[in-house]
Design a protein around this ligand. Structure first.
Ligand SMILES: Nc1ncnc2c1ncn2[C@@H]1O[C@H](COP(=O)(O)OP(=O)(O)OP(=O)(O)O)[C@@H](O)[C@H]1O
Ligand SMILES: [Mg+2]
Length: 184
């Protein structure tokens, strides 16, 4: 197999928009193609690399800069990386973009606050509304959607499988992953 170029597929979107769900779908599909990759999921990073950080602007920025730092180390050595953190601030995402240049692929996981709140997978929106959680993105803290992302995933009208397929098509088109294996 020809050498593959590393890249960072950078998901951004509200809590409950579908970053983790689409990541899992994508990982399954990429494994089928023998693509070895690494995932930096917001929840897991916050339990490890960013343990102890809170949700102030400063701590959020630090968290995202750490994710970008690791994603850069891996992707510049040919490892595909998926990051799945809310990453609410445009400026910090753009820092990551500048660091990784054309290895950076921004994918906006799009869903309105209303829909995410209806889904409320983790029960966090209810806690944010009641004031139990402060500084909750989309409710009491800002979310800045990307202005010119490489991909927009319309999760209100697409299934996670369809979003994953949209991403696969894009990565194939850019020759960042091999074509689907032919069934034996
Ligand atoms: N098209 C879709 N794509 C992704 N998720 C969807 C879609 N339609 C419905 N869902 C549902 O939305 C929820 C998304 O939750 P998920 O944990 O993936 O969000 P998240 O963006 O990772 O949130 P967080 O930032 O809190 O980790 C899941 O329950 C999923 O089944
Ligand atoms: Mg998640």
């Amino acid at each position: 197999m020809a050498e593959r170029k590393g890249f960072t597929l950078w998901f951004t979107g509200l809590s409950g928009s579908g970053k983790t769900t689409i990541t899992n779908q994508l990982v399954k599909e990429l494994r089928r193609r023998d693509v070895a990759l690494e995932v930096l999921d917001g929840d897991i990073v916050r339990e490890n690399l960013s343990k102890g950080l809170g949700f102030s602007k400063e701590d959020r920025d630090t968290n995202i800069r750490r994710i970008a730092f690791v994603a850069n180390l891996l992707s510049r050595n040919g490892v595909p990386v998926i990051t799945a953190a809310i990453s609410p601030y445009r400026e910090i995402r753009n820092e990551a973009r500048e660091m990784m240049d054309d290895r950076f692929i921004e994918a906006y996981v799009k869903a309105s606050v209303e829909i995410c709140e209806e889904r409320d997978v983790k029960g966090l929106y209810a806690k944010a509304r009641s004031g139990e959680i402060k500084e909750f993105t989309g409710v009491s803290d800002p979310y800045e959607p990307p202005e010119d992302p490489e991909l927009v995933l319309e999760t209100e009208s697409q299934s996670p499988e369809e979003s994953a397929q949209q991403i696969i098509a894009y990565l194939e088109e850019r020759e960042l992953i091999p074509a689907a294996p032919v069934a034996a």
